[in-house]
Design a protein around this ligand. Sequence first.
Ligand SMILES: Nc1ncnc2c1ncn2[C@@H]1O[C@H](COP(=O)(O)OP(=O)(O)OP(=O)(O)O)[C@@H](O)[C@H]1O
Ligand SMILES: [Mg+2]
Length: 411
Amino acid sequence: MSENVKIAVKDLNIIFGKHQKEAKKLIAQGVSKTEILKKTNCTVAVTEANFDIKDGEIFVVMGLSGSGKSTLIRALNRLLEPSSGQVILDGADVLQANNEELREIRRKKYGMVFQHFGLLPHRTVASNAAFGLEIQGTPEEERIKKAYEILKIVGLEGYEEKMTGELSGGMQQRVGLARALANEPEVLLMDEAFSALDPLIRGNMQDELLNLQESLKKTIVFITHDLDEALKLGDRIAILNDGKIVQIGTPEEILTEPADEYVRTFVENVNRANIVTAQTIMFEKPTRIELKREGAEVTLRKMRNTGLSVLPVVDENNKFIGFVFDDDVVKIRGDKSKSIRDIIYEYSASVYLETPASDIIAAYRDSSIPIAVVDENGKLKGVVMHSAVVSEIIGKDENEIRTDIKNALEI
Ligand SMILES: Nc1ncnc2c1ncn2[C@@H]1O[C@H](COP(=O)(O)OP(=O)(O)OP(=O)(O)O)[C@@H](O)[C@H]1O
Ligand SMILES: [Mg+2]
């Protein structure tokens, strides 16, 4: 097991119904979920799930209703007993734990946030937030102190003594989150935690979770059926279809390399321009001019070789300075008083590796001039052509255009 794996799920099967043996046999033969239901009256909720959740990541599980998301997340802390397989948390199989060990695991390792909050309406915000600690027998003074601390973190300072029934949905879910965080879990399980909130509040809660996570650095398993939410929150996303994990990848991978039709259908409904970044569509290792060593002659030679009329200029540390045009290079050729620096195009623009395509398009002044892609130190990493961004936004076949650019830029 690699060092930073928090939870390793191995060969996990979850079947509902009496004739499990029969159902398992049919799974092994590759019989479909519908057929198994017909033949054995068993529902196969999760089949042969194999994946790792890394320490400190937000791992999103996404899928349509009934695809097995809740079943899967509830197996992680054994709220639901899997039919076979392993759930290895910090190196030990949760499914092998005895009752006492399981209680310990649930108390110390896991916190859970539900879709419908699950709050006690006639208790105060603080008492709800402290409820997990109360169950564990933490003395009142201590648990309320802790609750106040956590409520401040989730933005509910001043509401501690209100009844939860008086709060808005978004605020109630903050209480739910506070309750989960109060016993300082290592893993936060969130099953459609934001799905019941209205869109604006939902967006705010997503932002706040990301903010919180910057300092909390918990391992978070987040269930959703909403791709935008998955893409926004997930370090990695697992996609469930009919109980099977059909793909696990970063948001970028899910969008650019959907594993099958099911994932593709999800992905088609998203505005790619907001998510696909400069890094994906840039041409890497473009031909460049190094200001200190290379003058007009070398530049013209490189332009001839590549067939390009505009090239990026960098300093000796590969820091991007600007673009130069062939017309201007020709003008200074042979003129000892002028250098490449004198003809660098004043509107040369650069973006970062993680800039989304939609923002790159805004950076163009002229579609014939490429945009430089730089890292946080300003070093040239690539070049984005206007056509690549446009194809990204209008959804044309990117590969075709990419091949053209590649041919054009490569020496
Ligand atoms: N206790 C149960 N007994 C029998 N079948 C169940 C049980 N719980 C879930 N199932 C079945 O298992 C499958 C997966 O259900 P699950 O609730 O995990 O889906 P989900 O992806 O969370 O869906 P949703 O988005 O609607 O919450 C479904 O076919 C469901 O009918
Ligand atoms: Mg569910």
